[in-house]
Structures are given as C-alpha cells and as structure tokens.
Design a protein around this ligand. Structure first.
Ligand code: 5GP
Ligand code: SF4
Ligand code: MG
Length: 460
C-alpha cells in the first residue's frame, strides 16, 4: 500500500507535497520521496522513513519548481531498500520522467522478463520501474500516449502520477481499485490518494479521478482522456474497512460514517449482553462507536494507544514476546475489571495481534470478552496492492469461527456479514467494489505467476 500526491502550478510545490504526504503518512511509513520540476529539469529526493524525518528544510529548498509529485511507501511488491523508494526518476530519450505508483500489476513478471530479454536493465524489484521502461520504449510522441502505450501492456490495480519537466499526468486503473482524487489549490491543481491531504492544504476537493481516466495537467490546464473507455467501478472495500483515514471522503461520504455504520450493523447481526464496548485504537474506534450507539451499551476507552512507537524500535527477540503490542496499547483496568466487554476491531488478519489484545483485556480483570469484527472473515489474499506481511497468513482461510474463538481465547466472535459490509458502504449488491479478500471474487484476472509468488510468501 502506498500514498501518492501531485501538485501543478504552485510556487511552493515541494513544501505543499511535503504537507500532502504528511496527511497520507498512514498509507506508508517505509520511505518517502518528492520529485519537483522547474519547467526545465527534475529534482529528486527519496529517503527511508517518515515524511517528517525524510525532508529537512534545506532539502525542501533544493527541490525547486512549481510542480511536484510525491510518494509514501508501504512495501508490497519489491523489497525494502532505498532503491525501491519512489517516485522513480530516470532520464531517457524522451527526457527526464518520474513516476509515483500506488497499487500492484498482476502480470508484471512476464512483462519484466520480456523486457530483460530485450536488454532492459532494472535498478529495483518494484513494479513501477516496468512502467518507466515501457514508456521509454514507446514510439508515441506525447507523454499521455506513451503512458497509455505502457499501461496497455500491464494489468492490475493502480493509481499513478507521472511528472516530466513540462507536464504531469494522473491515471487510475480501469476498475478504480485504488483511490485518487482531484482538487484545486489557488490557480493550480492537486491530486492525492485521499482527500485528507486536501484538508491540510486548504485545497478544494473537485472530484475523484474516474476509473480508467487519464488526466493531463500542463500549461494549457487540465484535459481528461479515457483511453480504455469507461468501465464499472470496483473500488477496494478494504480502504473503507481499514486503510483510508476516517476524515477522507469517498463517494461523497466520509470513511468515518461508513465505519460507524459497520459497527451499527454489527450490533444488529451479533448482539450480546455486555457492560461496556471498547474499540481497538485507532482502526476499531468508529465501528465501536456504531456498535455502542445501536446496542445501547456504553462506550469506554478501555484501551489507550501510544502514538510514539516508531517502526525502528528494537524489540527484544525471545525474552518479552508480547512487548510489541504492549508498546502500542495499554489496558485501562478501571474500565475493564469485572466487566463483560465487547471488543470491536476492524479486521482479523493473522489473529496474533487480536490474541494479545484479548489477553491484555483479560489480565486487566474483564469477566467476559466478546470480540466483534467490522468486516467479514479475511479468507483470500490481495493481489492488488495490500499484500503486507499481515496478509500472508490469514487465519480465517484455514480455520472456522469456532477455532478462531479458541485461538483468540474470547467468549464469542461475531464478524460482519458480506451483506452487512455492502449495506454499510452503500453498495447493496457489491457491484461497485472489489471484495476479493472476503469473497474470493477477483475483478482483475491474476496470473499464475503472481499467485505462486503469493504462495511462496505464505510459506516464509
Ligand atoms: P491480527 O490480530 O490479525 O494480527 O491483526 C489485526 C489488526 O491488524 C487489526 O487491528 C487491523 O486494524 C490491523 N490490520 C489489518 N490489515 C492490516 C495491514 O494490512 N497492515 C497492518 N499494519 N495492519 C493491518
Ligand atoms: Fe482491497 Fe481486498 Fe480487493 Fe485487495 S482483495 S483490493 S484488499 S478488497
Ligand atoms: Mg487495528
């Protein structure tokens, strides 16, 4: 998973990109990058770590120009190295070009092998570089046509931003699996994975980039193209369940609203006699609010989250096994002691974190623990950009609800139904979403090679 941001026609483009990326930090913490253009050439900066650490003021001063694209990375395809950090910026016979990408190409191995046999040399293992190579080989004479040529040869879920000295192109895959929104800031244009970036900049939200839409932003303003025609939208429902920030707007609704609805529906589907509702911070909180509203069981902050845990914190290997979760979460005994507790979280992936949380809640004196999950059992892997380490060992893929209840050591578990999830996001028959990790119905065909790669990851 990743976050992307673009701005065109602003005197402080790098600083705006810095702020925009900061508001997208939840989408990736591994590396951050900004590439700017001053109309004649590109300036690049890419670092490992968080946005706030990656760009000291002197670095931003160096990134001159009135156009910029930026990226925060959460490694999915590819390894974790500075070479994998984005945006990718290279010089080719068409001039300098930089690409920022969120998503995953599902036939990338075949395309890559084909390019390598023709002599291409790759610097990284990330999918994005393949696009740059394909664009460089294109015979077309403008940027949009070269990008279209390249994208015709790959399949997958992607939102892309491409920057050259003169122009910027934004593009969303034909199914619109990954998000991308368009806004205005003063006289210029802004693009971002989520509207949360616009709010920080005081930019005006215009609309989503449509599935399959390609936007060119240059000295002439904005032009829209649909090189693949228009297709039905299959937006990633897991963005609404977990990934996107609650203040983000999708489909004219805030993510927060949808998550509260998930919790309300969960209370209808899996009621229980209890004394208190506790959300697992931060991702479980809106659904816990919904569960409490609908059930009438009071909501309390029974778990407190530390916001100061960096990814670099060194965890002792064997001695203190539960250290990781304890660093992040702490139980409030006065809320939990002697109580029948409903614990609400957004998803169970491997089950290992949830198990530790339940243990913590029991240790604080809870009498009963009823786990409620505001999404259906996660049974199938994601091939479209959310294959984090968490995705690789899905407990619900190989265990029944009873077995999971035992493993987590809770009294009951209730998962939101697929129908309940559809109702919550306002898509009655699920026709406009990808729900593959819950249903196994993949909207974009996945090559065997990619499935095998995923299987290998499961084995590691
Ligand atoms: P588990 O108990 O399955 O190990 O972890 C479940 C928790 O992980 C939930 O609180 C959920 O919010 C979070 N989660 C779900 N998907 C992802 C993901 O892709 N990456 C990370 N870092 N956390 C996730
Ligand atoms: Fe999103 Fe799941 Fe589809 Fe992946 S499989 S795009 S996580 S809904
Ligand atoms: Mg969580």
């Amino acid at each position: 998973m990743c976050g992307i941001f673009g701005i065109y026609g602003h005197p402080e483009a790098a600083k705006m990109a810095y702020l925009g990326l900061h508001a997208l930090q939840h989408r990736g913490q591994e590396s951050a990058g900004i590439v700017t253009s001053d109309g004649t050439r590109l300036y690049t900066s890419r670092k490992m770590g968080l946005v706030a650490d990656a760009f000291p003021p002197c670095e931003l001063e160096r990134l001159v120009g009135s156009a910029a694209i930026g990226h925060v990375r959460y490694s999915t395809a590819g390894e974790s190295r500075i070479q994998e950090a984005q945006p990718f910026a290279v010089g080719c016979r068409h001039g300098s070009v930089a690409v920022a990408h969120n998503g995953n190409f599902v036939n990338v191995e075949a395309v890559r092998t084909n390019l390598e046999t023709k002599g291409s040399i790759f610097q990284s293992s990330a999918d994005t570089e393949v696009i740059v190579h394909l664009m460089a080989r294109s015979q077309a004479d403008d940027l949009a046509a070269r990008l279209t040529d390249a994208l015709r040869q790959v399949r997958g879920a992607y939102s892309l931003l491409v920057l050259t000295a003169e122009s910027m192109v934004a593009c969303r895959d034909p199914f619109g699996v990954r998000p991308l929104v368009l806004g205005r800031l003063r006289g210029g244009f802004v693009l971002a994975s989520e509207t949360s970036a616009f709010r920080l900049l005081d930019a005006t939200y215009i609309r989503e980039v449509e599935p399959g839409e390609l936007l060119v932003v240059d000295g002439n303003g904005l032009t829209s193209h649909f090189p693949w025609g228009r297709q039905e939208r299959r937006f990633c429902v897991f963005e609404q369940v977990y990934f996107a920030r609650p203040d983000t707007i999708i489909d004219d609704r805030t993510i927060y609203q949808d998550r509260v609805r998930m919790g309300q529906r969960l209370a209808d589907e899996h009621p229980v006699e209890a004394d208190v509702v506790v959300g697992v911070p931060d991702s479980g909180l809106p659904a816990a609010i919904g569960y409490s509203q609908k059930s009438g069981i009071p909501l309390e902050l029974g778990l407190i989250r530390s916001h100061y845990v960096g990814r670099t914190f060194i965890e002792p290997q064997q001695s203190i096994r539960h250290f990781g979760v304890k660093l992040k979460l702490s139980a409030v005994e006065t809320v939990l002691v002697g109580k029948r507790v409903v614990v609400v979280d957004d998803s169970i992936v491997r089950g290992t974190t949830c198990r530790k949380i339940i243990k913590m809640i029991r240790a604080a004196g809870a009498k009963e623990v009823h786990f409620r999950v505001s999404s259906p059992p996660t049974k199938f892997p994601c091939y479209y950009g959310i294959d984090t380490p968490h995705r690789r060992e899905l407990i619900a893929a190989s265990h029944s609800v009873e077995e999971i209840t035992q493993f987590l050591d809770c009294d009951t578990i209730g998962y939101l139904s697929v129908e309940g999830l559809r109702w919550s996001v306002g898509d009655q028959d699920g026709a406009h979403h990808c729900e593959a990790c819950f249903t196994g119905d993949y909207p974009i065909e996945v090559s065997d090679h990619v499935r095998e790669r995923q299987l290998k990851l499961v084995g590691t």
